[in-house]
Design a protein around this ligand. Structure first.
Ligand SMILES: *[C@@H]1O[C@H](CO)[C@@H](O)[C@H](O)[C@H]1NC(C)=O
Ligand SMILES: *[C@@H]1O[C@H](CO)[C@@H](O)[C@H](O)[C@H]1NC(C)=O
Length: 381
């Protein structure tokens, strides 16, 4: 008889505690636990805190952009197979942008013939790539997309890509914000042209006013494992340790493993490339726009979030142009700069074995504390 009333307060207490637990996990909209257990909290320093829930769309099936695309040449359906697996296992789907063979692009269709490689193979290689990226920009403009991301079909990323992007997005909001209280339409903020997420070189704009610093990030490769092909931020000289990633306004860069354009960025890219006086490969051309055009705002991240995977097997399969000897074979695949490579963990992901996700460099020391992210730099006027 007396049992009911005595259990009731207990039940209420339990409910209260459960909701408290739920609240602390999701209450500020800034904590995520997914993948292999990547979690973080923003330090709301310098009067900036990205508005509640403003980055939640990053977890949707187009990574918080209006559309996601993959660049693939029709003759390499094998690369598209692998991309389809990796992207859907990470929780996003991409539409196809067809790769372009350079021989199909006549000289008349180029803004300038100056600077074109003399060898026909090389000419076709850079011209095809250039045209394919312009087709992406053209699609964004013609479809009126507010923003879109494109990845190369052999791109690779960390199994926690969405969590990384949620933090990056807050950084991008901060670096581009004009006021501390505006809720942006895009999770990545509303004042950017290009987000350079996957590169093999990228630099910080001189005299940059703001940066977003992500510390104790166990998806950051140690300095000794990093491989880049041209200039990158000198992290040690800037006072950052081996587990720090930064988001900043970007200067020039190289390689386009994965990047996003806003609608206005896509328009400017079409305009900028059509006006070129000399022909340069598209990644270099984009880098020049980031560096030289004060109206083309690029946001960079270092270490990069997207890189290029080199699969196990015949080296001749790597490149769509194929200059490697057909005989050489790579025993084990790898991806520069990516700690929990999605490509190398495909079997674990397929089996749902999130606890077995492997690091590319297993012997590395663990990070020293919880992940922290903080905005630094100019306070709002
Ligand atoms: C994902 O989020 C973005 C940004 O809010 C939005 O534009 C896009 O439509 C969303 N994608 C899907 C499939 O809902
Ligand atoms: C980063 O790691 C390297 C070894 O890879 C070490 O020499 C260096 O001191 C570390 N930097 C910091 C800031 O801890």
């Amino acid at each position: 008889m007396a049992r009911g009333p005595r259990l009731l307060p207990f039940g209420v207490l339990l409910l209260f505690m459960l909701s408290l637990l739920w609240y602390t996990k999701s209450g500020d909209g800034l904590s995520y636990i997914q993948g292999h257990g990547y979690s973080y909290n923003i330090n709301p320093a310098v009067g900036f805190k990205s508005p509640k829930d403003s980055v939640k769309d990053v977890h949707n099936s187009t990574l918080g952009f209006q559309k996601a695309f993959v660049l693939n040449l029709a003759e390499r359906p094998d690369k598209l197979d692998a991309f389809a697996l990796a992207s859907t296992l990470t929780g996003f789907t991409a539409e196809l942008i067809q790769g372009v063979r350079g021989e199909e692009v006549v000289n008349k269709a180029l803004p300038s013939l100056e600077g074109l490689p003399e060898k026909l193979d090389s000419r076709n290689n850079v011209v095809g790539c250039w045209r394919a990226h312009l087709n992406f920009a053209q699609t964004v403009v013609m479809e009126g997309l507010t923003s879109a991301i494109i990845l190369e079909d052999d791109a690779d990323w960390d199994t926690s890509l969405k969590d990384q992007l949620a933090i990056f997005a807050q950084g991008s909001q901060y670096v581009t914000a004009v006021s501390p209280n505006l809720k942006p339409h895009s999770p990545y903020g509303d004042d950017w042209d290009l987000l350079w997420l996957g590169h093999c070189s990228n630099q910080i704009k001189p005299d940059d006013e703001r940066r977003f610093i992500i510390e104790n990030d166990d998806t950051v490769p140690l300095t000794k494992h990093r491989v880049n092909f041209a200039g990158v931020p000198d992290m040690a000289a800037e006072g950052y340790d081996n587990n720090t990633r930064i988001v900043y306004e970007a200067n020039n860069g190289v390689c386009l493993y994965g990047y996003a354009l806003s609608f206005r960025g896509a328009r400017k890219l079409l305009r900028g490339q059509a006006q070129r006086k000399t022909f340069v490969p598209i990644d270099i051309g984009i880098g020049y726009m980031c560096r030289d055009d004060p109206n083309f705002k690029c946001i960079g991240v270092f270490p990069q979030l997207i890189d290029s995977h080199k699969g196990a097997g015949r080296l001749s399969r790597d490149s769509d142009i194929g200059s490697f000897s057909a005989q050489s074979v790579r025993q084990k695949g790898y991806t520069f700069n990516i700690v929990h490579s999605t490509r190398l963990n495909i079997d674990h992901l397929l089996a749902g074995e999130m606890d077995k996700i492997e690091r590319q460099w297993p012997g590395d020391p663990e990070v020293k504390g919880p992940l922290r992210a903080k905005p630094v730099g100019r306070i709002f006027d």
